[in-house]
Design a protein around this ligand. Structure first.
Ligand code: GLV
Ligand code: MN
Ligand code: MN
Length: 413
C-alpha cells in the first residue's frame, strides 16, 4: 500500500476524476443517475482504486461497496464512513462524491492494524430519488428496510422498475434482503457531505456538525382529465388536468410557506403532462410532491392541505385525482457523543464550527437507526446544490477531511 503518499492533492485529483464520469462531459456539472452506465463506471473506478491501494473490497447484492482497513481487533464493530456517487440530472460534482473521496483519503492515512477497530468506507447506491422516485435505496437495504411492494410501483422514465434494473446489471434483486447489516457491524458512523444550504457561509464557519436530519414525506399524484382540441373546446367544457394540478401545486406551496417557522418545505419538482402538446388540452398529469421538515406535525399539516386541495381541485376542474404515498420518513436525531467528539477536535484545532440540522436527506438517516451516527458538513458557495454551480472551496474540504480522519481515529483507536 502507498498510504503515506496519498496527499490532499491526490484527494483533489480523485475528486476531479470522479467528476469526469458524467453523461454530458461538455457541460459544467455532473449527470450520473443511479445505475446508469456512467454511474456503473464511476463505481467500478472506485473499486479499482480501492483494490490498487490494497484494501479489501466487497460489493453486496444491491451494489453497495465496502472498503475495509483491518484493525488490531477485526472482530470488534468497525467505525464506518461513506456517502454516495449517484447524482441528480444536471447536478454538481460535490454532493455525495465528496464524502466518498474524503472517506478514502481518511482511510489512506492509516495502516492496517494501526487502530484497534477496523475502518470501513461505504459507497451507498442510489441515494438520490431522481431515477426511481425514492431515495437512499442502498442504505435502506443495509438497515433491512426493503419494501418490495411499494418499490415495485415506482418506475424510472423508461418505465423500468428498480428490481428490473438491478437484475439487468447482474445484481440479484431477489437477494437484497440479505444485505442487512448486523446490529454490531458499526460502533459508529460519520458521513462528510456538503451543506447544500447557506448557513455556514453566512456564519463564516468552515465546518457544520450535524445533529439532526429533516425527513421527506413524498406523494405521487395522478390527475386524470380529458384530452381535447385546444381550439375547438370551449372553456366550460374542459377537464384540464394541468389546470387542476396547478391549483394543487400553488396550494402546497402556500401551505409550506405557512409552516416555514418550523423549517418545513414543500416542493413539486417533477411533473409529466400528457400528451404534452401545445394544441391539446392536457388529459393527464403526474407529479411528485416532496415535503420535508423536522417537525412531524408540521409535515402532516402540509400533507393534509395537499389532500384537501386535491378534493377541491377535483370538483373545481371536473377531473379525478389519485394520490399515493411513496414514502414517509421520520426526522432523525444524530448521536450526541460523536458530535461532541467532532466538536472536541474542532476546539483543539481552532476550527470555526457550528452545530446544525440538515434540510437535505442523507444515507446517515438510515444508518442512525441502528448505529451511533453523525455528519460533518462543508460550506456550499452561495448555498447552491443540485445544480452545476455547486462548489466548495478546497481549503474547506481539506479541513473537513482531516477532521473526519481525526474523528475516525478517536472512535477506532
Ligand atoms: C438528496 O439529495 C435529497 O434529495 O435530499
Ligand atoms: Mn443530493
Ligand atoms: Mn447527497
Amino acid at each position: 500500500m502507498t498510504r503515506e503518499l496519498f496527499s490532499t492533492n491526490e484527494m483533489k485529483l480523485l475528486f476531479e476524476k470522479l467528476a469526469s464520469f458524467t453523461v454530458y462531459p461538455e457541460n459544467k456539472g455532473v449527470t450520473r443517475l443511479a445505475y446508469t452506465p456512467t454511474d456503473q463506471l464511476a463505481h467500478q473506478y472506485m473499486i479499482e482504486t480501492m483494490q490498487k491501494a490494497g484494501f479489501t473490497v466487497r460489493q453486496d447484492a444491491i451494489g453497495n461497496i465496502f472498503c475495509r482497513l483491518p484493525g488490531k481487533n477485526p472482530d470488534l464493530p468497525a467505525v464506518g464512513t461513506g456517502s454516495h456517487l449517484d447524482t441528480v440530472p444536471n447536478g454538481g460534482a460535490y454532493d455525495g462524491t465528496l464524502g466518498v473521496v474524503a472517506g478514502f483519503y481518511a482511510l489512506m492515512q492509516f495502516k492496517p492494524q494501526q487502530l484497534s477497530r477496523s475502518l470501513e468506507l461505504v459507497i451507498f447506491r442510489a441515494e438520490e430519488s431522481s431515477r426511481f422516485g425514492f431515495s437512499c435505496i442502498g442504505s435502506k437495504v443495509l438497515l433491512g428496510k426493503v419494501d418490495r411492494e411499494k418499490w415495485a410501483l415506482n418506475r424510472d422514465d423508461d418505465g423500468r422498475s428498480f428490481f428490473d434494473v438491478l437484475d439487468s446489471l447482474g445484481y440479484p434483486s431477489h437477494e437484497i434482503e440479505q444485505c442487512e447489516l448486523a446490529d454490531n457491524h458499526y460502533s459508529g458512523f460519520i458521513e462528510m457531505h456538503i451543506e447544500q444550504g447557506r448557513r455556514l457561509e453566512l456564519e463564516g464557519k468552515s465546518v457544520g456538525i450535524v445533529n439532526g436530519i429533516a425527513a421527506p414525506t413524498r406523494f405521487q399524484v395522478q390527475v386524470t382529465g380529458h384530452a381535447d382540441h385546444s381550439g375547438a373546446t370551449p372553456m366550460y367544457q374542459r377537464h384540464d388536468a394541468l389546470v387542476a394540478s396547478a391549483a394543487i401545486i400553488s396550494d402546497v406551496n402556500r401551505a409550506a410557506c405557512r409552516e416555514s417557522v418550523w423549517g418545513t418545505v414543500g416542493t413539486i419538482g417533477k411533473l409529466n403532462v400528457y400528451p404534452n402538446s401545445m394544441n391539446v388540452i392536457p388529459g393527464e398529469v403526474n407529479f411528485l410532491v416532496d415535503i420535508r421538515g423536522i417537525e412531524p406535525e408540521s409535515i402532516a399539516r402540509v400533507a393534509t392541505h395537499l389532500k384537501n386541495s386535491i378534493k377541491k381541485s377535483e370538483q373545481d376542474n371536473d377531473v379525478s385525482i389519485q394520490i399515493r404515498e411513496i414514502s414517509a420518513e421520520a426526522p432523525v436525531k444524530l448521536d450526541n457523543e460523536i458530535c461532541q467528539c467532532i466538536e472536541q477536535h474542532c476546539l483543539e484545532q481552532n476550527i470555526g464550527y457550528m452545530t446544525m440540522l440538515s434540510g437535505a436527506g442523507h444515507d446517515s438517516m438510515n444508518l442512525a437507526q441502528k448505529f451511533p451516527t453523525a455528519m460533518i458538513f462543508t460550506p456550499s458557495k452561495n448555498g447552491i446544490s443540485h445544480h452545476p454551480d455547486e462548489f466548495t472551496d478546497f481549503d474547506d474540504i481539506i479541513i473537513a477531511a482531516n477532521l473526519l480522519k481525526d474523528t475516525l481515529y478517536s472512535l477506532a483507536k
